[in-house]
Unconditional design. Structure first.
Length: 320
């Protein structure tokens, strides 16, 4: 059965990219926003909701304009008159090495659960089919607000929503490994589908060379019904609780250019295929196809022309 109402919860920040000692380019970036953009491109008729908070400043207004131009539904984006969007920089040195710096401690998105309109906005999507978020969506929140968000997910799930998550584990966002595992495990307990990266799960657990089946097994014990472990050049492994499992090979590529948003784009194509009633194996195949296009170009969001074939194919699936 097709699922046509999708909501994505997360944060988008102002991005500065380049050499800090010369010229940097300003744009916008965020893991869940990347997923929302690619999902909207693949299934423009769905117009996914993006749930976040922005300020009333020029940067926030530019973000909204950019998202709306991509067909994203921004009707639930909160505006905070007291705060600004977060900011991060990607410093690229003369050797091409990248380092990241973040300024997000008082961002509007960090405090979105405290906004007076957060609860009323959530009430508007009680009929939502799919909710997607990442561990970053949870990590940026104060502890009490994490509890609020988990309660929201539980309520939406009770109303029939499928909860899809990606840990996207970033150690610097958490107090420590124990803290991260506690909250991410609680998120997994509410999740119907987990789209995780093998490297992230190993980093979270402090292990090495962990078989994908073992990663999936741990998440199944937490209650996740369907698990996908993204394995980079090795493709993806999928597993259904008390059921089948399998592997989908990665797509062949001519040249690896930039892995930014590889996982985010995989998630978008997976969700697009899943929303159209495709099998978990086909969803993974779609994820691999889009990710393979993205990593052959610079930046998180590549020109739409490079994925036009995928868009056409997805439209044909939708017409069936």
């Amino acid at each position: 059965m097709k699922k046509t109402k999708i909501a994505i919860i997360g944060e988008c920040m102002i991005e500065l990219s380049g050499n800090a000692f010369s010229t940097q380019t300003q744009s916008f970036g965020g893991d869940t926003l990347n997923t929302a953009v690619y999902l909207s491109r693949l299934l423009p008729h769905i117009s996914p909701h993006y749930i976040t908070a922005l300020g009333l400043d020029e940067y926030s207004s530019l973000m909204l304009q950019a998202w709306e131009s991509e067909g994203i539904n921004c009707s639930l984006v909160l505006r905070d008159k007291e705060r600004l969007p977060g900011l991060y920089s990607i410093n690229i040195d003369d050797a091409g090495e990248r380092s990241f710096h973040y300024w997000r401690d008082n961002s509007a998105a960090k405090h979105m659960c405290q906004h007076l309109m957060f609860a009323p906005n959530i009430a508007k999507i009680m009929d939502v089919d799919i909710v997607y978020l990442s561990g970053i969506s949870l990590a940026i929140l104060p502890i009490h607000d994490r509890e609020i968000l988990l309660d929201v997910l539980a309520t939406l799930k009770q109303h029939g929503a499928t909860i899809i998550t990606d840990s996207n584990y970033r150690p610097t966002l958490w107090k420590d490994q124990i803290d991260a595992k506690f909250w991410l495990d609680n998120l997994y307990r509410l999740s119907d589908i987990a789209l995780v990266t093998g490297d992230d799960e190993e980093l979270l657990l402090g292990t090495e060379h962990t078989p994908a089946q073992e990663i999936a097994g741990r998440l199944h014990t937490l209650g996740v019904e369907q698990v996908v472990v993204k394995l980079g050049a090795e493709g993806a492994m999928w597993s259904i609780k008390n059921g089948d499992m399998g592997n989908i090979n990665a797509e062949l590529i001519n040249k690896l250019v930039d892995t930014t948003a590889a996982g985010d784009s995989f998630n978008a194509a997976f969700i697009a295929a899943y929303s159209q009633g495709e099998s978990i194996a086909n969803c993974c195949a779609w994820g691999n196809q889009l990710a393979s296009k993205v990593i052959q170009h610079k930046g998180a969001i590549i020109p739409i022309s490079y994925i036009q074939t995928l868009i056409t194919n997805m439209e044909q699936i939708n017409e069936k």
